[in-house]
Ligand binder design. Structure first.
Ligand SMILES: Cc1ncc(COP(=O)(O)O)c(C=O)c1O
Length: 379
């Protein structure tokens, strides 16, 4: 058997990783400003994380959700405290798509309606409902296309209200910061207005923080810059630092009913241990503040480059914290390849001309400066 070839692969095979560095099978060192797609939050191979997982491995890795598991309680308590949502409940699952699928289901269970409002450019995953609320026709199969979904432009409250007024919506789903689209931010005013409208029309507001959450934006969740509190928040990627885990944070207004949601693997002992280790390191190393501070530094240095030597190369710089998009002018779309193959720096991409910086939150000032020097040289 061979693998089903659905991924475009770079000709590089990482075999070892530590902090913000990865090494390929030839021993070549790479700087990781991609974090394996925003997944590596506390750095590769963090000793606290490794030790806690090894210790748990020797005890018990898995048992089903039909028995008690105090690691789930410890994780929920810690996540509630660190994220600023101590009164919300946590449903554990295995991925970002699954978190969104459950969030949409919960919203629909709650008000009995089924249409969902999503945003142009949105990406929410590849399972049935999650892909239906994703704005990319190429990945929606006929099987998925039966969901009732309306896409409206980001940052346009009138367009949202026009749809909500039809009184048939279960939810509005929005990314804290649009990642796959190329780092587009909802404005604070828009999120505040969205919160008011969803309350007015009795529709659940779901914040997809799968990519923008876990401190990446310089707050625990990106929407916290606007001061709003959604009804449901979804999380995954940085939550397990590479161990598959997703979570749905649910406001106290939703009442659980036995059997309404469920999963075999979600919340297993190893996944909970990985997620507890991540939160422990986030607190001990003040990674929220670090993401905010280093993000400001990178963005201000990039803006200096843009207004100087890079004025012909850089079209736009967007983002906040360590979730940054650099939109290149059309003659400079090869810069990302140059960074990877010549300077040995992994970055993320979007469309053909946007470079996404999604480094581990433990990145050092020296590593950032190395990137800035290489980036400046490459344009
Ligand atoms: C905002 C957002 N939501 C959901 C997902 C899907 O997550 P997963 O691939 O873990 O299912 C992604 C993945 O890139 C994402 O960026």
């Amino acid at each position: 058997m061979k693998n089903f070839e659905v991924y475009k692969l770079w000709p590089i095979e990482p075999v070892k990783a530590k902090g913000c560095k990865v090494w390929d099978k030839n021993g070549t060192e790479y700087l990781d400003l991609y974090g394996g797609h925003a997944v590596i939050s506390i750095g590769h191979g963090h000793p606290v994380y490794n030790d806690m997982i090894k210790e748990q491995l020797e005890k018990i890795c898995f048992y089903s959700n039909s028995v008690q598991n105090s690691l789930q309680e410890e994780l929920a308590e810690r996540l509630g405290r660190v994220s600023g949502y101590p009164d919300y409940s946590l449903f554990l699952c295995n991925s970002g798509a699954e978190a969104n699928e459950n969030a949409l289901k919960l919203a629909s269970f709650s008000n009995g309606k089924k249409r969902v409002i999503a945003f142009e450019g949105a990406f929410h995953g590849r399972t049935s409902g999650a892909v239906a609320v994703t704005d990319n026709k190429n990945i929606v199969s006929p099987f998925n296309s039966g969901h009732e979904v309306t896409f409206v432009p980001l940052n346009n409250l009138d367009a949202v209200e026009k749809e909500l007024a039809k009184d048939d919506c279960a939810a509005v789903i929005i990314e804290g910061i649009q990642g796959v689209a190329g780092i587009y931010m909802p404005t604070d005013k828009f999120l505040q207005g969205l919160r008011e409208l969803t309350i007015k029309y009795g529709v659940a507001l779901i914040l997809d923080e799968v990519q923008s959450g876990y401190c990446r934006s310089g707050k625990f969740f990106a929407h916290q810059h606007s001061g709003i509190k959604p009804d449901i928040i979804t999380t995954a990627k940085g939550m397990g630092n590479g161990f598959p885990i997703g979570g749905v944070l649910i406001s106290p207004s939703f009442k659980p009913k036995q059997g309404m949601l469920g999963t075999t693997f979600g919340g297993n002992h190893l996944a909970c241990t990985a997620a507890i280790a991540v939160l422990k390191v986030i607190e001990e190393e003040s990674l929220i503040n670090k993401a905010a501070e280093f993000g400001e530094y990178i963005i201000s240095e990039l803006n200096k480059i843009k207004s100087g030597t890079g004025s012909k190369a850089i079209a736009d710089i967007r983002g906040i914290g360590l979730m940054i998009g650099i939109e290149m002018e059309s003659d400079f779309i090869k810069v990302r390849d140059k960074l990877l193959f010549e300077d040995k720096i992994f970055t993320g991409g979007a469309k053909s001309n946007i470079i996404r910086l999604l480094p581990p939150l433990t990145i050092t000032r020296g590593e950032i400066d190395h990137f800035l020097t290489c980036f400046k040289k490459s344009i």
